[in-house]
Design a protein around this ligand. Structure first.
Ligand code: PSV
Ligand code: MN
Ligand code: MN
Length: 388
């Protein structure tokens, strides 16, 4: 008998994980950016690579763009290119962190002229969303200060709200704004959107079309991220996930690599809170592949999410509830751990084959020759954007 029921497999079939275009570009640290043979030279090639991930997994039907890294003359043409390859364009990510004008802030800046420039960039992103058919505008802000006394933190919150209101007012009826938080970096003393509470307060003041984006790498060590997931779902404000792994800071490593148990715990709360396969919650990767090949890195990542989702789905909620109600701490924990330790890999491999997919997507991609082909065809791939 399969480890996974027909109903669980039907739920897994609906799973969609958006890929970031920047995962396919070269990236690195402030010490060195290592180039990878075959790296895409433009947004069209990034999308072609992303389509490979979907081809072998059926898990990644959309690709997120980052503006201006993925700027093109005609987004209709880019959209058609994606659709011809079997994928769609997803979230549009704004960028107010690579321009000299933003040294002391963008949406929070004291100078109205700088705020205008940053707001206009977001309005341009919304125009792009209309052309790409994207629903979500994702805003991550690199704003804050390095020294106590440097900035008027209160004034910056007020200006942030004002700027966001102008952006929010431009959204179409079907569009949303998701505000991502991050506890530090590049600012080291204070960050203007450091935590879910601040993001929640800012988006709650905007309206229903504004939600919080939770990036798994953006918390202090030891943070109970699944609690935040539970709370945001409870409040109806969890808009999206940026999945990745961290050991030390914002490491952007492969999701599920550092702590698969944490990923499992997060997905258990997503399922519990009705966020799984809900249009309200977008699942996205936000990763870099500094030393490994990028396409297999992304294949590994979506498979990790699928595997932990399958384990979360086999959790016996009735048994868990019974143990909780009877105050049987150890029994409750044992039910929880039983699900986590269930090896769903053979059942997933069999199920993939039954749907005409490769049982082992990593091996199928490696055998396809695509990696060798792009290495031969593409010369001079670009960086993901950082430092570009
Ligand atoms: C910077 O921390 C960051 O990694 C954020 O997580 C954004 O989502 C991403 O860059 C892309 O802008
Ligand atoms: Mn992120
Ligand atoms: Mn990050």
């Amino acid at each position: 008998m399969s480890t996974l029921s027909t109903d669980q497999l039907a739920q897994l079939e609906q799973q969609a994980i958006e890929l970031p275009s920047w995962a396919f570009g070269n990236s690195g640290t402030r010490f060195k950016v290592f180039g990878t043979p075959g790296t895409p030279r433009d947004p069209f090639e990034k999308i072609a690579d992303a389509a490979q991930v979907h081809k072998y997994t059926a898990l990644a039907p959309t690709v997120a763009l980052h503006i201006p890294w993925d700027k093109v003359d005609d987004y209709g043409v880019l959209r058609k290119h994606a659709e011809d390859l079997g994928v769609g364009l997803g979230t549009i990510n704004s960028n107010t962190f690579q321009d000299d004008a933003y040294k002391f802030g963008a949406l929070t800046h004291e100078d109205a002229g700088v705020r205008r420039k940053a707001i206009d960039h977001h309005l341009e992103c919304i125009d792009i969303m209309h052309a790409t058919g994207s629903r979500d505008l994702k805003i991550w802000l690199a704003e804050g200060s390095n020294y106590p006394g440097q900035a008027d933190m209160r004034g910056r919150q007020d200006r942030l709200q004002e700027s966001l209101q102008e952006i929010y007012a431009r959204l179409g009826d079907e569009q949303r704004l998701v505000l991502e938080y991050k506890f530090f970096e590049p600012a080291f003393y204070h960050t203007d959107v450091p935590d879910w509470g601040t993001s929640y307060a800012q988006v709650a003041a905007l309206g229903d079309k504004a939600k919080v984006c939770l990036d798994t790498g953006h918390h202090a060590p030891g943070t109970n991220i699944e609690f935040i997931v539970m709370q945001l779902l409870r409040l109806g404000k969890l808009g999206s996930f940026d999945f990745n792994s961290r050991f030390y800071a914002d490491d952007d490593l492969i999701v599920g690599a550092a702590d698969p148990f944490q990923l499992f715990r997060i997905i258990v709360e997503v399922v519990r809170g009705g966020g799984f396969n809900s249009p309200e919650v977008a699942f996205m990767l936000d990763q870099c592949h500094n030393i490994e090949d990028k396409i297999p890195g992304q294949i590994r990542s979506v498979l990790n999410v699928q595997e932990m989702t399958a384990r979360a789905l086999v959790l016996d909620h009735d048994a868990l509830r019974e143990a909780q109600l009877s105050g049987d701490v150890l029994a409750a924990n044992a039910v929880f751990m039983d699900a986590f330790y269930t090896d769903v890999r053979p059942a997933l491999a069999e199920w993939r084959e039954s749907r005409g997919l490769p049982a082992d997507p990593m091996a199928a991609y490696a055998a396809s020759g695509y990696q060798q082909q792009i290495a031969a065809d593409r010369v001079g791939g670009t960086q993901a954007g950082w430092g570009a």
